[in-house]
Design a protein around this ligand. Sequence first.
Ligand code: SAH
Length: 213
Amino acid sequence: MSGSEARKIRLLMELRRNGVIDTRVLSAVERVPREFFVPQPFLDRAYDNTALPIGHGQTVSQPMIVALMTQALAVKDKMKVLEIGTGSGYQTCVLARLCRRVYTIERHRPLLREAEARFHQLRIHNVTAIVGDGMRGWPDQAPFDRIIVTAAAEDVPSTLVDQLAVGGIMVLPVGKSGRPDQQVVRLTKTDDGLIPENLFPVRFVPLVAGLPG
Ligand code: SAH
């Protein structure tokens, strides 16, 4: 077994110990090679349970957080999922293994181009990616069965709630950036309104409106 295989197995065991029990999520994490998503100097840390820098002041999220947020999203295979904050594309690929199509939006064009090259290399064909301000969502493709935001908003963006189907679920970190008191929140949209649940504390980079100047 190669060193990276052994590290991957250790990571999967750590995810299980920390409450990732959905076998579809575990096998999606197992099948997405995280070494494709981290810059060369960090290759030997690709299967560490840590966030790593990807340039432009952004990070690829910690595998535990990716797995727990994906599990909370309860994605089924016929679903249409919107992701805000493509970054490296790692979370996108985990989602793409679990649903019909992922629509993903990133505000940094160079990051999106790199992520698209990875989707191509990994032969992941059920992702549609655009450069844009994810706070506006993707009105042409709405409604979405699931929405995930991988950058922290100070408040839940109401435009995204509007683009969530009734019966749909949205998972996002809420709170001030860099502060330790951000929470991953799950919102379930029902006929009678939104049901919010606080899931766990996190620290994400901020969701920023508009495109870089
Ligand atoms: N899910 C990513 C981690 C992303 S870090 C991964 O697995 O690698 C958060 C990303 O959100 C950054 O790339 C940042 O540029 C992007 N982002 C922040 N605000 C945004 C916005 N309004 N619209 C789109 N992307 C945004």
